[in-house]
Write a protein that binds this ligand. Structure first.
Ligand code: PRP
Ligand code: MN
Ligand code: MG
Length: 179
């Protein structure tokens, strides 16, 4: 299962520890607020489950599917909504749950979208933050790990839909995507 992985960056145990820390921080910051956790599919599907379990207070969950990478390793810059939310976000305290913020284009698009829908507040919780990849200026309020400028996969993150089910985060061997 590791044949395509150059290096493991974060083990399952390290990810568990970080989701606990972030969940506790969110619990403390949103006391009495009933925040809405918005999972950005597909990448955030595993992280969302771990974050939600570690928020030890009332929270609602919803799911949105957006995509901009398709099967490539470079963002197309064009964010497509594949599935929208079911819950009306008007007046809600929204927490966007992402797997990674790289160019920042997905997040910038979502923040604009939610502000246009009159949310009360919008914050961002992302397992990974890749500051070197930024093309637009966006901030992550709750960040797990800072990653180097390499193509990472696992724990939700894919290359051409593969590797999402790895329990850890790893760097993909470059020869896998440069053939
Ligand atoms: C990936 C990732 C983030 C986004 C980050 O999603 O899951 O949502 O790109 O990149 P950015 O900061 O450069 O916008 P992708 O478009 O690959 O869809 P997926 O989650 O279904 O894999
Ligand atoms: Mn995504
Ligand atoms: Mg992807």
């Amino acid at each position: 299962m590791d044949a395509d992985i150059k290096k493991v960056l974060y083990s399952e145990q390290e990810i568990q520890a970080v989701t606990q820390r972030l969940g506790q921080q969110i619990t403390a910051d949103y006391q009495g607020k009933n925040p809405l956790l918005v999972c950005i599919l597909k990448g955030a599907y595993l992280f969302m489950a771990d974050i939600a379990k570690n928020v030890s207070d009332y929270a609602e969950v919803d799911f949105m599917n957006v995509s901009s990478y398709g099967d490539g390793v470079v963002s197309t810059g064009n964010v497509k909504i594949i599935k929208d939310l079911d819950i009306d976000v008007k007046g809600r305290d929204v927490i966007i749950v992402e797997d990674i913020v790289d160019t920042g284009q997905t997040l910038a698009y979502l923040i604009d979208l939610f502000n246009g829908r009159d949310v009360k507040s919008v914050k961002v919780c992302s397992l990974l933050d890749k500051p070197e990849g930024r093309k637009v200026d966006v901030q992550v309020d709750y960040a797990g790990f800072e990653v180097p400028n390499e193509f990472v996969v696992g724990y939700g993150l894919d290359y051409a839909e593969k590797y999402r089910n790895l329990p850890y985060i790893g760097i993909l061997k470059p020869e896998i995507y440069t053939e």
